[in-house]
Design a protein around this ligand. Structure first.
Ligand SMILES: [Zn+2]
Length: 290
């Protein structure tokens, strides 16, 4: 299975020092939206998360809301949409048959409407939370116009499945022959999940928004803890804060017990630009025939 790391939205919030842990407070920070395109031998293209979609980029205020636009300051570049990047590879939207979504927050689910024929996989609790939660945080993060068109949902219970390398309740993706697993990583939202794979082409786990900065789960970087602004943000937007910290501790212990770095297991989240650059360097070249 070939994987391609795609950045499907760049955000430039204020206060780089607080967001990225370097630079000044007067510069703008940089956050990415790391999506994975997986070319499988038997299941067509599988997309993990979708970033902002073309409809978001064409009508940002209506689709995303003005407060999100003001705080996250996205570039709104059509060339960053997953659809554009996949078409640039010579594929069509209909080649994407399955989308594995970490959660339905607006910066991850926006591209769903660009792939109307795909089956969308996620934890059952996330679908229910997005459809029924009415509090103000939920109303700003979940935007039904991004996913109300979806006809084929495939949902999973967070309390079933097998143990994979110490992570409990992991489940094979229904309807796929490829080795792709859903890993419940709740806390950021009620039904947040990550996705993992282990094959002869390598092992990886996409943790979505289970953490926002590598320093939350990995040792050895320049920072011992996430930059304070990003840390404040992840706590403010977590639906279950305590569960978010338990999930981060679970990822930390996964990295330690598997000795992930030496074992060649890549672990990364959605928004860390340095993790993205690292993964992109390992990605297969972006070419349909490569
Ligand atoms: Zn996010």
């Amino acid at each position: 299975m070939k994987t391609h790391s795609l950045n499907c939205a760049t955000f430039c919030p204020p206060c780089r020092a607080a967001v990225n842990g370097k630079g000044s407070y007067f510069e703008r920070g940089t956050l990415v939206c790391h999506c994975l395109l997986v070319e499988t031998p038997s299941d067509g293209l599988v997309l993990i998360d979708t970033g902002l979609g073309t409809a978001d980029l064409n009508s940002p205020s209506r689709r995303l809301g003005t407060s999100f636009l003001a705080s996250s300051n996205p570039l709104l570049d059509l060339e960053e949409s997953a659809l554009h990047q996949i078409q640039a590879l010579g594929y069509q939207a209909s080649d994407v048959r399955h989308i594995l979504i970490t959660h339905l927050d607006l910066d991850h689910a926006g591209g769903l409407s660009d792939f109307p024929g795909a089956t969308v996989h996620l934890l059952h609790d996330e679908k229910v939370a997005a459809e029924t939660s009415k509090d103000s945080l939920s109303r700003s993060r979940y935007r039904p116009q991004q996913w109300s068109h979806v006809r084929r949902w495939q949902t999973y219970s967070a309390n079933e499945g097998e143990t994979w390398r110490g992570l409990q309740n992991t489940q094979k993706i229904v309807g796929l022959k490829s080795d792709l697993l859903l890993v419940p990583l709740q806390g950021h939202t009620l039904g947040h999940a990550g996705y993992a794979s282990e094959s002869k082409d390598g092992a990886w786990m996409h943790c979505g928004d289970a953490y926002f900065h590598a320093a939350s789960v990995k040792r050895g970087g320049n920072l011992q803890s996430p930059p304070w602004g990003l840390n404040l943000f992840q706590n403010l937007v977590a639906t279950r804060r305590r569960q978010m910290h338990e999930t981060q501790s679970k990822i930390r212990s996964f990295i330690q017990t598997t000795d992930a770095e030496s074992a060649g297991i890549s672990v990364f989240c959605a928004h860390d630009p340095e993790e993205f650059a690292e993964q992109k360097a390992k990605s297969h070249p972006l070419s349909k025939d490569s």
